[in-house]
Design a binder for this molecule. Structure first.
Ligand SMILES: NCc1[nH]cc(CCC(=O)O)c1CC(=O)O
Ligand SMILES: [Zn+2]
Ligand SMILES: [Zn+2]
Length: 329
């Protein structure tokens, strides 16, 4: 059996992931754009709570993503928004070969050979109960089948051609299980594993849950996402995911957690550091600008540069299309 800590090549298999291994100032290649892919292949549907963002069908990806690639878009992260599938307790539709995410991976790979394609891995969009893992009868998380299922789904995305799998579920031990799954399927040297390591139970995910239809049907996510005041847990989660074989560590959300970003930059100094500027941060910046509190572009730069200052080297942002214009030399 291969030692998990000896697997490095998945982290630099792609020209872009090689670039992320070095530090830099705000540039186009630091931005990863979240895309919501729905199962109506012709969909182009506005998301009211996320101004300017839409749900897309696979047939629309060429006309939407093409111009962004022309402007210098280097990477996207895909989120599945299944609206017509049969959801169940284990999230069976997550790795459906004809589901929107797997079809979109293949489509984007063939349309844009140089685009880096990351895929969010979670079960909440696909489970009948809307939680991010598999549950016990009493509604608590059942960890072993959860991590097994997440590993299975990750391998399916990697096999479909994803350059990166990014588990956002926060189940204990899933990084190790996913890395082992990639090793066992011969994909560990091709597919990067980006861990949402310090993901807090934040009020800032509201617009996303609206966009993805992934709000839990009962309870909340406080037993797996981190308590906002828990610096110690965040540091332990980062160290754990480094040890379990993550190639990139992520902190999420960004702006209220700059100290955690700085901690991650120290604890995982030898890794690229991703920060997710989440849906509520984006909506907040846009709403403030619309209310006349500040200029949108100035505030978008200030908030995003603060993430870089704290230590981010990669930023997942709904502002990506605008930054591609704003960073035009
Ligand atoms: N596991 C699902 C997931 N993946 C990314 C986000 C949030 C992204 C955003 O708000 O932009 C969430 C929401 C949640 O945990 O409820
Ligand atoms: Zn639109
Ligand atoms: Zn989830």
């Amino acid at each position: 059996m291969v030692e998990i800590s000896s697997i490095l090549q998945g982290g630099y298999a792609h020209p872009l992931s090689r670039e992320w291994q070095g530090k830099r100032a705000l540039t186009k290649s630091m931005f990863m754009y979240p895309l919501f892919i729905t199962d109506d292949p012709d969909a182009h549907v506005v998301i009211p709570s996320l101004p300017g963002q839409c749900r897309w069908g696979v047939n629309k990806l060429q006309e939407f993503v093409g111009p962004l690639v022309q402007k210098g878009l280097k990477s996207v992260i895909l989120f599945g928004v299944p609206l017509t599938c049969e959801k169940d307790a284990r999230g069976t539709p997550a790795d459906d070969a004809n589901g929107p995410v797997i079809l979109a991976i293949k489509k984007l790979r063939s349309l844009f050979p140089d685009l880096f394609i990351a895929v969010d891995v979670c079960l909440c969009e696909y489970t009948s109960h809307g939680h991010c893992g598999v549950l016990n009868d009493d509604g608590t998380i059942n960890t072993p089948p959860s991590v097994a299922r997440l590993a299975e789904v990750s391998v399916a995305y990697a096999q479909a051609g994803a350059h990166c799998v990014a588990p956002s579920d926060m189940m204990d031990g899933r990084i190790k299980a996913i890395k082992q799954g990639l090793i066992d399927s011969g994909l560990a040297n091709k597919c990067l594993l980006m861990s949402y390591s310090a993901k807090f139970a934040s009020a800032l995910y509201g617009p996303f849950r609206d966009a993805a239809g992934s709000a839990p049907s009962f309870g909340n996510r406080k037993c797996y996402q981190l308590p906002p005041q828990a610096k110690g847990l965040a540091r332990r989660a980062i160290k754990r995911d480094v040890n379990e074989g993550a190639d990139i560590i992520m902190v999420k959300p960004g702006l209220p957690y700059l100290d955690i970003i700085a901690d991650a930059a120290e604890l995982a100094a030898d890794f690229p550091l991703a920060v997710y500027q989440v849906s509520g941060e984006y909506a907040m910046v846009v709403a403030g600008a619309n209310a006349g509190v500040y200029d949108l572009k100035t505030m978008a730069f200030e908030t995003t540069e603060s993430l870089v200052r704290a230590g981010a080297t990669l930023i997942l942002s709904y502002f990506t299309p605008q930054f591609l214009d704003w960073l035009e030399a």
